[in-house]
Design a binder for this molecule. Structure first.
Ligand code: CO8
Length: 258
């Protein structure tokens, strides 16, 4: 059996979920996402848990979807498995509040995973970005939809079209993250916030979350599907193959369609 890539622990009424695939900077693959989905479902239905913290390591929350795993997939592969559906959306089905405690890289699918949480507390070394454009694809896991909602169109376009990263200070200024704390304080701060939430009446917590999401996520289900299908469509291009192959081979891509 493969080693688990997601660790869980319970601290009082708070569940802590830690992504633990350090050699690949917590790159997200289907197996890791299935483990995450299972942990979220378990804690969401556990009446002793009132809030959840999702974190990675000091170096990476998650550096994106697993590029090596995706590089050879074609359009039919991603469309047939509805890649990024199923357990990839487990956070969206989680009713209890989930705080993302982000240190280091939160890139591509990693940034999108953090944005699926209810709010983000960032360490001062956190770096956010949607670098998919460098690979010949686009964000496919909510980035084109949640990032503009979070930080506005201008900055979202800047990040998505250039693929640049922003540091924690810029992310806080832009409204992507709720707080920035020194990296050594990150977990304590997130756990304290989660404990506070877990000390309140659960129905009011669940309703508060639902109400904010209703304001924030109107029409999101349809627009997310539009994004996902366009992401899938790019797997029909040679440039997706070249972009991902180049990353794996540690060289610059030579895109055909420029
Ligand atoms: N996938 C697979 N492996 C990765 C990934 C990744 N996304 N990111 C890093 N790794 C691996 C590297 O290949 C390397 O492995 P090895 O040691 O075996 O060569 C190891 O992690 C360490 O990485 P680096 O040596 O590159 O570390 P550096 O400190 O030099 O650089 C960076 C760190 C800047 C984070 C760099 O690794 C990087 O640019 N990573 C890729 C970032 C990226 O492009 N992310 C977007 C991926 S595409 C995506 O997320 C699609 C979105 C839509 C679907 C969303 C689903 C989640």
């Amino acid at each position: 059996m493969n080693a688990p890539m997601v660790k869980t622990e319970v601290r009082g009424r708070v569940a802590l979920i830690t992504l633990d695939r350090p050699k690949a900077l917590n790159a997200l693959n289907n197996a890791l996402i299935d483990e995450l989905g299972e942990a979220l479902r378990k804690f969401d239905s556990d009446e002793n848990i009132g809030a959840i913290v999702l974190t990675g390591s000091d170096k990476a929350f998650a550096a994106g979807a697993d590029i090596g795993a995706m590089q050879d997939w074609n359009y039919i592969d991603v469309y047939k498995q509805d890649y990024l559906g199923g357990n990839w959306e487990a956070l969206m089905r989680t009713r209890k509040p989930v705080i993302a405690a982000v240190a280091g890289y939160a890139l591509g699918g990693g940034c999108e995973l953090a944005m699926q949480c209810d709010f983000i507390i960032a360490a001062d070394n956190a770096r956010f970005g949607q670098p998919e454009i460098k690979l010949g694809v686009i964000p496919g896991f909510g980035g084109t939809q949640r990032l503009p909602r979070a930080i506005g169109k201008a900055k979202a376009m800047d990040l998505i079209l250039t693929g640049r990263m922003m540091d924690a200070e810029e992310a806080e200024r832009a409204g992507l993250v709720a707080r920035v704390v020194p990296v050594e304080r990150l977990l304590d701060e997130a756990l304290e916030a989660a404990e506070t939430i877990a000390s309140y009446s659960l129905p009011s917590v669940l309703m508060a979350k639902e109400c904010v999401n209703t304001a924030y996520e109107g029409a999101l289900a349809e627009t997310l599907m539009f994004e996902r299908r366009n992401f899938h469509a790019l797997f029909a291009t040679e440039d997706q193959k070249e972009g991902m192959k180049a990353f794996v081979e540690k060289r610059k891509p030579n895109f055909k369609h420029r």
